[in-house]
Design a protein around this ligand. Structure first.
Ligand code: T4K
Length: 391
C-alpha cells in the first residue's frame, strides 16, 4: 500500500500494478455472439462491400440514435473526410484545437485550412463567441466536437452557421448515446460523425459512421464510401474506399446489447473517483450532470493551481505505477508539427485551449477499473503532494 513518497515507483519502489492499467481498454461485449457471427461470415463468404451485418448494424444504430440514415465506415477519420467532402467544404473551416488530431487532419488532408477557435474552459467545447471571431470571407463551415461526449453548443453554432451561410457538422466521435437538450446526438447539423474505434465506449474494433437526416447527403456519402459505384461497372461520383468490413459489424452487433452495462460500470467508477479524488486540493473530476445522457467513458480530471503537484508530475507518478494516465488532448492541435509551423501565433488566440490542455488528465475507466485501482490512484497523488504547501 502506498503511504508515503518512499512507496512511490518514481522513487524506486516496485510499481503498484504488474500489468498496465490502460485508458481506452476495449469493451468486449457478448463474446459468444461475436464468434457465432464471425463463423456465419465465413460460412456465407460475404466479407465486406455492404454486407448483411453492416446493414443490420446501420439500421440498429440509426434507430438507437433516432436518425434516418447511418452509413458505416472503416473508421471515424475516413468518415470525417467523406462527410467534409460530401458537404462541399473548402477554403477555411473552423474547428477547436482542443480535440483529437483527426478532426484537424480530416480537413488538412483535403487541402482545407483548419482554423482553430478557442473553447469555453468550463465545458471544454467550442466557445461560440470565439467561433464568430474566426470567420473570414474564406470560411465555408464549422465542425463542432462533442468533447468527452458532452454536447457542443449546438443551437448557438447553428445560429452562427445560418447567419453567415456556413455548413455545420459535428465530430461526435465521443458522443455515442449522449444527448443535447434531451435529444440523442446524431441529428444535429448537416451530419454527425461517430467513431467506433477499439478505445471508444461502443466499438467495432475499427469503425465509424456518418449519421444524418438528409436523404440526398446520405446518398452522396454512400456513393463516396464505395468508389462512387452505382451498380456494376457504373461509377457516377468521385469516391474512395471507406467501407466497414463484416467482422467489424459483427463486433458492433455483439457489443450493442451490452452498451447499457458498460455505461453503468463507467458511472459507478465515476462516483468512486469523485469520492476518492475531489477532496485533494486543486483536483476535480469532470461532471457530466444529471440533465443529459453520457456514456461516462472519459474519466477526466483537472489539476488546478491549488494542487501542490502539477499535472505532468502526477501523470509521471501514475505511469511509473503502471497506471497509464493520458494527457488528452495536450498540447492542442495548433501546437502539433503539421499545424504549429502554419500558425505560429495561434496560441495567442487560444488561451483557454492551452490552459485546459495543460491541466487535464484522463484516467482508466471501464470494467478493468475497481475500487483498488481507484484508491491506489488516490494514494499515489496524496503521497506525491505529501507535506508540500498548498497554494
Ligand atoms: N475525432 C475525435 C474527437 C476522436 O477522439 C477520434 C479518435 C477521431 C475523431 C477519429 O476516430 P478514429 O479514426 O480513430 O475512429 C486513441 C484512438 O486511437 C482514437 O480512436 C481516439 N479518438 C483517441 C482519443 O484515442 P491514441 O493514440 O491515444 O491510442 P492508443 O493507441 O494510445 O490507445 C489508447 C490506449 O488503449 C493505450 O493505452 C492502449 C489501449 N488499447 C488500445 C487498443 C487499440 C488497448 O488496450 N487495446 C487496443 O486494442 O488514440
Amino acid at each position: 500500500r502506498i503511504q508515503t513518497t518512499k512507496d512511490l515507483a518514481i522513487n524506486g519502489a516496485p510499481p503498484a500494478f504488474e500489468e498496465p492499467l490502460h485508458v481506452g481498454r476495449p469493451n468486449i461485449g457478448d463474446q459468444k455472439r461475436f464468434l457465432e457471427l464471425t463463423s456465419q461470415i465465413l460460412d456465407n463468404r460475404w466479407l465486406t462491400n455492404n454486407g448483411p451485418l453492416v446493414r443490420e448494424l446501420e439500421s440498429r444504430v440509426a434507430s438507437l440514435l433516432g436518425v434516418k440514415h447511418c452509413i458505416a465506415m472503416c473508421n471515424g477519420t475516413v468518415a470525417l473526410e467523406i462527410a467534409i467532402r460530401a458537404l462541399g467544404l473548402e477554403g477555411e473551416v473552423i474547428v477547436p484545437s482542443y480535440t483529437f488530431i483527426a478532426t484537424a487532419h480530416a480537413l488538412h488532408w483535403q487541402a482545407i485550412t483548419p482554423v482553430f477557435a478557442d473553447i469555453d474552459p468550463s465545458t471544454h467545447n467550442l466557445d461560440p463567441d470565439a467561433v464568430r471571431r474566426m470567420i473570414t470571407p474564406r470560411t465555408t463551415g464549422i465542425i463542432g466536437v462533442h468533447l468527452w461526449g458532452r454536447a457542443a453548443p449546438v443551437d448557438e453554432l447553428q445560429a452562427i452557421a445560418d447567419e453567415h451561410g456556413l455548413k455545420l457538422m459535428f465530430d461526435a466521435a465521443h458522443a455515442f448515446g449522449s444527448t443535447y437538450k434531451g435529444q440523442t446526438i446524431g441529428s444535429f447539423g448537416a451530419c454527425e460523425v461517430l467513431s467506433f474505434h477499439a478505445t471508444k465506449a461502443f466499438n467495432t474494433m475499427e469503425g465509424g459512421a456518418v449519421v444524418t437526416n438528409d436523404d440526398e447527403l446520405a446518398e452522396t456519402i454512400r456513393l463516396m464510401r464505395n468508389f462512387g459505384f452505382n451498380g456494376y461497372d457504373n461509377v457516377i461520383h468521385p469516391g474512395t474506399n471507406g467501407k466497414m468490413i463484416e467482422v467489424c459489424a459483427a463486433m458492433g452487433l455483439a457489443n450493442l446489447d451490452g452498451f447499457g452495462d458498460i455505461v453503468a460500470i463507467n458511472r459507478r467508477n465515476h462516483e468512486a473517483y469523485k469520492l476518492a479524488l475531489n477532496d485533494i486540493p486543486g483536483i476535480s473530476v469532470l461532471e457530466y450532470g444529471s440533465s443529459e445522457r453520457n456514456s461516462y467513458h472519459y474519466l477526466v480530471v483537472e489539476v488546478g493551481a491549488r494542487c501542490p503537484a502539477d499535472r505532468d508530475e502526477i501523470v509521471a507518478a501514475l505511469q511509473a505505477e503502471n497506471i497509464l494516465a493520458r494527457k488528452y488532448f495536450w498540447p492542442g492541435c495548433h501546437k502539433m508539427k503539421p499545424y504549429r509551423d502554419l500558425y505560429p501565433h495561434a496560441g495567442l488566440l487560444l488561451p483557454n485551449s492551452e490552459a485546459v490542455a495543460g491541466r487535464v488528465i484522463v484516467l482508466p475507466n471501464g470494467a478493468a477499473v475497481d475500487d483498488v485501482a481507484v484508491s491506489t490512484i488516490r494514494d499515489v497523488i496524496v503521497a506525491l503532494i505529501d507535506k508540500r504547501p498548498i497554494s
